[in-house]
Ligand binder design. Structure first.
Ligand SMILES: Cc1cc2nc3c(=O)[nH]c(=O)nc-3n(C[C@H](O)[C@H](O)[C@H](O)COP(=O)(O)OP(=O)(O)OC[C@H]3O[C@@H](n4cnc5c(N)ncnc54)[C@H](O)[C@@H]3O)c2cc1C
Length: 335
């Protein structure tokens, strides 16, 4: 196996373009586990750990938070910005595996590995995150500038602009080749069980998350067999805003209930615009149970998953009401 060790983003993207069948290795916690259980080993392996530009957490003008692909679960769980503005993501990162796995495993690996049980994905869905994908590609027409449509993209733009300038100088006779990027809503990134929209020449650069409003309440709940080293039997992320006892924003996503991490769109639509009452909570839990089709597997049964996901929703709505206080009486009995 040939191992490639880029130390800068331009080297990484060049190596990726030249070796489309190479595997990318970030923390290696999924990749190596797959090899140990008989998975196919690639001829080329590209290590992401030396690429400093991928390891960051930054806030842009109080509007977006951008997390680099190789930020580890430990770093995300302990980061004060994430804990304050994206608490459900911090809770999810803290729930991953064990300290050793959290110190090695990255947000990029968790997303691209595309497990239906990936802990970080449901919170990222409810926070309306975009995955930022970059490649070293041909740009047939001018202008030759790094592509990004989002105003929140300063870290990638500056990194890629610098990289593009350097590489245009280096790649003789190939001045049209520049770095390109695209942003994909994370709930559209998954195309099926363990498959994604990532092209063979692309790398996940970062995740961009709009900063939620201050009145937003968000939580992540995970049911596993044990407290540590446990993949979710079922997980639920919720984000809600309640104004005058009426739900104005509802974001819900679940893990391990479908082939992909699932946005619970029907339940979100059902909740939006309604007053929080005990009967609403009962109906929403029932709606959720009807809208998922979990499977039986080694970790759990379909019936248990369906039942317990509804219970997690009841718990989330009760917690939201207690946090927001006013309608707490309505659902306190649901906990
Ligand atoms: C003992 C154990 C316990 C675990 N517990 C949990 C758990 O509780 N919850 C959970 O969600 N997961 C768990 N995992 C799975 C794993 O730790 C996480 O999914 C982790 O986030 C993967 O990140 P990584 O950096 O190690 O990925 P890697 O193994 O390096 O990569 C995983 C996949 O993503 C691709 N990839 C990585 N980075 C990029 C990038 N920037 N661009 C494009 N492709 C990329 C790789 O090519 C590979 O296909 C566990 C794993 C182990 C071994």
């Amino acid at each position: 196996m040939k191992i490639i060790t880029p130390t800068a983003i331009e080297e990484l993207l060049t190596a990726r373009a030249a070796n489309p069948d190479a595997a990318l290795l970030a923390g290696g916690t999924d990749l190596l586990a797959g090899w140990h259980s008989g998975g196919r080993r690639p001829e080329h392996l590209i290590l992401l750990g030396g690429v400093r530009e991928l390891d960051f957490i930054s806030v842009r003008g109080n509007r977006t938070i951008e997390i680099g692909a190789t930020a580890t679960h430990s770093r995300i769980a302990s980061n004060s910005i994430i804990r304050r503005f994206l608490p459900a993501l911090a809770e999810a990162a803290l729930s991953v595996g064990s300290p050793a796995v959290r110190n090695m495993g990255t947000i990029g690996g968790n997303i691209v590995n595309a497990s239906p049980a990936a802990d970080l994905v449901p919170p990222l869905i409810v926070y309306n995150a975009l995955v930022r994908l970059v490649s070293f590609g041909a740009m047939p027409t001018s202008p030759a500038k790094p592509v990004s449509t989002s105003p929140s993209s300063i870290p990638m733009e500056s990194v890629l602009a610098r990289s593009a300038r350097k590489s245009r100088g280096k790649v003789r006779g190939d001045a049209q080749r520049i770095f390109a990027g695209r942003d994909v809503p994370i709930d559209r990134f998954y195309t099926g069980y363990k498959t994604t929209d990532l092209r063979k020449d692309e790398v996940l650069f970062s995740v961009v998350i709009p900063v939620p409003s201050r009145s937003s309440f968000a939580r992540y709940y995970k049911l596993g067999t044990r407290k540590a080293q446990s993949i979710a039997k079922v997980s639920l992320a919720g984000r809600i805003e309640i104004v005058d006892e009426v739900i104005s924003v509802a974001g819900l996503a679940a893990g391990s209930v479908a082939p992909i991490p699932l946005r619970l769109r029907a339940v979100e639509d059902f909740l939006r615009g309604k007053r929080v009452t005990e009967s609403l909570v009962d109906c929403a839990a029932e709606e959720l149970r009807l809208s998922i089709a979990p499977i039986d597997d080694v970790r759990s049964t379909s019936a248990y998953r369906r039942f317990v996901t509804g219970s997690l929703l009841r718990r989330f709505l009760a917690d939201a009401c207690v946090a927001g206080d006013a309608p707490a009486r309505a659902v306190r009995g649901s906990r």
